[in-house]
Design a binder for this molecule. Structure first.
Ligand SMILES: Nc1ncnc2c1ncn2[C@@H]1O[C@H](COP(=O)(O)OP(=O)(O)OP(=O)(O)O)[C@@H](O)[C@H]1O
Ligand SMILES: [Mg+2]
Length: 248
């Protein structure tokens, strides 16, 4: 297997090619620990990766990917590369949904994303790009990744020209250039809808539908749309008996 050493990390094959860089499998040679490293190659984009590091390193929650460090290095053509070191996920939810349709598992993953978002929003941080590809699995837990479009609400950001994922974006972002925590609730609803559509092919009729929850996420007016805590309450009420964490 081709690999490269940078500082105390061996970088192996790429997990995924993103818009501005790549995410690689890697290993910390000092600790022997496997990790994922997101690499951005050019100066303009490095600023975005630093921003992502600033946000991610201020977070500590079991449903948010853990940040393990950040460094920059000059490359062969005298440009800087940025390296964001993270806890490693084994797959993202999009990939997992293509291969595995276990209903109870997915209900629990959605619940994980809801808890991660509730924590983020309690810190007044909007993720900005919630979708299946931006959730990875670590053990039996789902964790949110990709804080490239996230921001703290103090630094809001009117008239944003949005680069998020088109069919996931809330109307206030698309039409008014305005973004808030409830914009993530809209995208979460889209994610739940996609999962339900896939699960329907596989005997989902045995469980209560999610549609009554995600339709509430699609309230056009973000001021009326339920916030993430209300969504969490509805989810617990509907699926309490199959949520693995709820009794602990
Ligand atoms: N910590 C991680 N562990 C495992 N896989 C990861 C990790 N972080 C990201 N990935 C994978 O790499 C992909 C791209 O990462 P990320 O979304 O952070 O990059 P991006 O450049 O913003 O990509 P895009 O613009 O396509 O969203 C993710 O969809 C996921 O599949
Ligand atoms: Mg992404």
């Amino acid at each position: 297997m081709k690999h490269k050493q940078i500082l105390n990390y061996v970088i192996y094959d790429s997990i995924e090619e993103g818009t501005y860089g790549k995410v690689y499998n890697a290993k910390n040679l000092l600790t022997g620990e496997e990790c994922a490293i997101k690499v951005f190659f050019d100066k303009g984009n490095i600023i975005d990766l630093r921003h992502e590091y600033n946000i991610l390193s201020s977070l500590d929650h079991e449903n948010i990917i853990q940040c393990k460090g950040y460094f920059e290095q000059v490359n062969k053509v005298y440009m800087k590369n940025g390296y964001l070191v993270m806890e490693k996920g084994r797959t993202d939810l999009y990939e997992h949904l293509c291969k595995n349709l276990n209903i109870i598992e997915f209900i629990n993953y959605i619940y994980d994303v809801i808890k991660g978002l509730e924590y983020l929003h309690s810190k007044q941080i909007v993720h900005g790009d919630i979708k299946l590809e931006n959730v990875v699995l670590v053990g039996n837990r789902a964790k949110i990744v990709d804080f490239g479009l996230s921001h703290r609400l103090q630094e809001t950001v009117k008239n944003i020209s949005y680069q998020g994922t088109k069919n996931m974006i809330a109307p206030e972002i698309l039409f008014d250039g305005f973004c808030c925590c409830n914009s993530d609730v809209w995208s979460l609803g889209k994610m739940m809808q996609q999962i339900e559509q896939e699960l329907m092919q596989d005997g989902y009729k045995d469980y209560p539908r999610m549609s009554c929850i995600f339709m509430k996420c699609f309230e056009r007016d973000y001021r009326i749309r339920p916030n993430i805590t209300k969504i969490k309450d509805m989810f617990e009420e509907r699926y309490g008996d199959i949520l693995s964490d709820i009794h602990t």
